[in-house]
Design a protein around this ligand. Structure first.
Ligand SMILES: Cc1cc2nc3c(=O)[nH]c(=O)nc-3n(C[C@H](O)[C@H](O)[C@H](O)COP(=O)(O)O)c2cc1C
Length: 312
């Protein structure tokens, strides 16, 4: 997997890794639709389950026009990191995304089989650290993102990373339609991470009531708070209320706890980003990608028209 290969995708889009939402069906549908699909390895409760997921994904995407990625937590709290890395070496995901820690433990393993490592970062300082550690790319999680969110504007973030980094930049955060994808690419990104837009895909693992809430909600129905996990995250207020929280008074940030069982919180408390307005139905992932392509093509034409005007 090279940067040039990434640029050959049907659209420069990755269905972003989402805890308890992205599974093999979604990743396979994404690759078959010509984009990249990703899942976080903690979605598998055991290394055996991860082995089966990766085996299925690798087999069923072998001839696909798109590609796939595994997202690993490289923080020392991940007791399964060595097992996850051994399975990466076995199944060779073309893209590995590291989160909550340095990309360094994955780099040699992934380069050995020709894959690339992207490091998830929320600010320029972390971007510089990941670049110095040898990451092939940076995933810039910007403001408005679902789940653990960044706080920087995607435009400022991409531009600040481009001042020192000429590798792959993937940007995510509230980008949910084809025009937004084109805007991010025009700003300097190679790839765009879309999470929220895919929660209500038929292939996602999300609870049907969660999917419907994503269809019905708008950005005003979100609250960003560190009170649940200790890190700012964007939550659907209605899911917090159903679980007994007061979404307007969530209180102080929780103590950061990378251990324990995070699924307990994320199963009932539902996260989403500001691109909610773009989700109007529960739909097959292939149809979502068709819609993204329509918006992307129209936006590229608008950009090209500016170029034509400047030529005359
Ligand atoms: C429900 C949900 C779960 C998420 N879980 C993870 C995760 O496990 N690992 C991760 O790196 N990012 C996670 N994210 C963040 C996404 O990978 C991505 O950065 C984000 O969805 C992009 O913003 P958007 O939702 O506005 O498109 C999650 C996002 C959501 C909405």
């Amino acid at each position: 997997m090279s940067r040039a290969a990434l640029h050959k995708l049907r659209l420069p889009v990755m269905a972003a890794p989402m805890f308890l939402v992205s599974g093999p069906d979604m990743v396979i549908a994404a690759a078959r639709s010509g984009i990249a699909g990703a899942f976080p390895t903690p979605n598998c409760r055991t290394a055996d389950e991860l082995d089966r997921w990766m085996e299925q994904i690798a087999q069923e995407t072998a001839d696909a026009p798109g590609t796939w990625a595994a997202n690993l937590v490289t923080h020392s709290s991940n007791a399964r990191l060595a097992d996850d890395l051994a399975l990466v070496a076995k199944h060779k995901p073309p893209i590995v995304i590291t989160a909550l820690g340095s990309p360094a433990p994955a780099i040699n393993i992934v380069h050995h089989y020709g894959g690339i490592v992207l490091a998830d970062v929320v600010d320029e300082r972390l971007g510089r650290k990941a670049a110095a550690a040898g990451a092939d790319g940076l995933v810039a999680v910007a403001s408005g993102a679902g789940g653990h969110t960044g706080s920087l504007s995607p435009f400022a973030f991409i531009s600040s990373l481009r001042q020192f980094f000429d590798g792959v930049i993937c940007v995510g955060g509230a980008i949910a339609d084809g025009a937004g994808v084109a805007g991010a690419v025009a700003a300097g990104a190679d790839l765009v991470y879309l999470g929220t837009r895919f929660i209500a895909a038929e292939e996602s693992l999300a609870d049907p009531a969660y999917k419907q809430m994503v269809v019905d909600a708008r950005a005003a129905d979100l609250v960003v708070s560190a009170a649940i996990t200790g890190t700012p995250a964007s939550w659907l207020k209605a899911s917090l209320a159903s679980a007994g929280y007061d979404p307007d008074d969530l209180g102080k940030p929780a103590t950061r706890d990378y251990g324990g069982d995070p699924a307990k919180k994320w199963r009932d408390l539902w996260a989403a980003g500001q691109g909610l307005h773009a989700v109007s139905e529960i739909a097959p992932l292939a149809r979502i990608v068709d819609e993204l392509e329509t918006g992307w093509t129209a936006a590229c034409r608008r950009l090209a028209a500016f170029g034509d005007k400047n030529d005359t």
